[in-house]
Ligand binder design. Structure first.
Ligand SMILES: Nc1ncnc2c1ncn2[C@@H]1O[C@H](COP(=O)(O)OP(=O)(O)OP(=O)(O)O)[C@@H](O)[C@H]1O
Ligand code: SF4
Ligand SMILES: [Mg+2]
Length: 363
């Protein structure tokens, strides 16, 4: 299918549940670092996303987790076509996004939507919620023709659990959780197939976080949506994700199903993140060893050679500085430990009292 087909016909074919709707291969986004005012000279690059590959399956929620600055939002922006990729491939329903223009590109923009982190800054304070939610209809009038827009917005308010009578109110008249519901309603307006949620609950109180996550889950089954759900830590994505990908310094270091990542993680970085997840059961908490990572995350403009995690990894050996570990399933593991992990010495962490499998807390 080329770029010249009418928008309604573009990507009309169905992708069945469990099949990839988005295929990302070796995606790279480098931001050039320049010197000089008049004659700008490139002196390096921030390697924000540096060779990331994964599939997003139809109907699934893929959680993406990693510390601040590891490239999560940049990844989202490149997938949304808000930033051009430096190299690599993103296929939506089999079509290379970067090669699309005209109706094809418009259709992708309609079918992949984003919900942003901060409901305080992502909504224009001078617009009513009706205008905010209905704004996408200006670009895609075929979804809600002029006479039917008010009704379409009222329906969307209802779908996200807000009173349709609030249509003429302004963002400041809503609480944080309600504003995020407005952001979600706007994301749903064009009836997308994929929603990329970039830390949608991070700015909200814990009690409100659960409500927004429940709403997203309910909408997913109602509208057959596929989600990418970005978060800082593993505890937030646990309940909503079918699979989880862990990022470190522009790379995907481990990816697998819920059970594979939470109960059989094989990458030291994932194990460190998991050890910091709060455990409600006091007994389980006592028997668990916290892995405290030392040192700062290196600069993405000058990442370590070989494995990028090696400067903070307690298992690092000479080989780790020389060879980039591929994201693949290690042949020496079995059971649920067999999933993609970018570590030369991938292994499950042994639950030994005394923490033999991790560094002492005070290292
Ligand atoms: N437009 C830009 N120009 C230059 N560097 C950028 C730009 N956008 C992001 N970066 C850099 O790219 C790296 C990744 O940033 P990104 O915002 O994707 O991280 P993140 O994982 O979303 O972090 P956070 O959890 O704080 O939101 C950071 O070092 C950031 O400073
Ligand atoms: S490859 Fe080496 S440095 Fe990287 S995570 Fe594995 S053991 Fe640690
Ligand atoms: Mg971010």
């Amino acid at each position: 299918m080329g770029a010249s087909v009418p928008e309604e016909a573009a990507f009309a074919h169905e992708v069945r549940r469990g099949e990839p709707i988005l295929e990302v291969r070796e995606l790279v986004k480098h931001f050039p670092l320049t010197k000089g005012v008049v004659f700008k000279k490139q002196v390096g690059a921030v390697k924000a996303v540096d060779g990331v590959s994964f599939d997003l399956m139809q109907g699934e929620t893929l959680g993406i987790v990693g510390e601040s600055g590891c490239g999560k939002s940049t990844l989202a922006k490149v997938l949304m076509n808000l930033e051009p990729a430096s190299s690599g491939s993103v296929r939506y329903k089999g079509e290379e996004i970067s090669r699309l223009s005209g109706a094809g590109l418009k259709a992708v923009r309609r079918n992949i939507q984003m919900v942003f982190q901060d409901p305080y800054t992502s909504l224009n304070p001078r617009m009513t919620v009706g205008d905010i939610i209905g704004e996408p209809f200006e670009i895609h009038p075929e979804v809600a023709p002029k006479g039917g827009r008010r009704k379409a917005v009222e329906d969307l308010l209802d779908v996200v659990g807000l009173n349709p009578e609030y249509i003429n109110r302004y963002p400041h008249q809503f609480s944080g959780g309600q504003r995020q519901r407005i952001g979600i309603a706007r994301g749903l307006a064009l009836k997308p197939e994929i929603i990329i949620c970039d830390e949608p609950v991070s700015a909200l109180d814990v009690s409100v976080q659960a409500q927004v996550i429940n709403l997203l889950e309910q909408l997913q089954s109602e509208f057959n949506l596929s989600y990418m759900f970005i978060a800082h830590d593993l505890s937030i994505v646990r309940h909503i994700s079918d699979r989880v990908g862990v990022m470190y310094l522009g790379k995907m270091v481990e990816i697998g199903t819920d059970a594979e990542i939470y109960d059989h993680a094989t990458h030291p970085y994932t194990q460190a993140l998991l050890s910091a997840v709060p455990v409600p059961d006091p007994q389980a908490r006592e028997s668990r060893d916290r892995i405290v990572l030392t040192g700062d995350v290196p600069s993405p403009a000058n990442p370590p050679s070989g494995c990028r995690f090696r400067t903070r990894c307690w298992k690092a050996q000479e080989r780790c500085a020389l060879e980039v570990p591929p994201l693949s399933s290690p042949s020496w593991l079995d059971g649920l430990a067999v999933h993609d992990s970018a570590c030369h010495f991938a292994a499950e962490r042994e639950a030994e009292p005394g923490g033999a499998a991790g560094p002492p807390e005070t290292v």
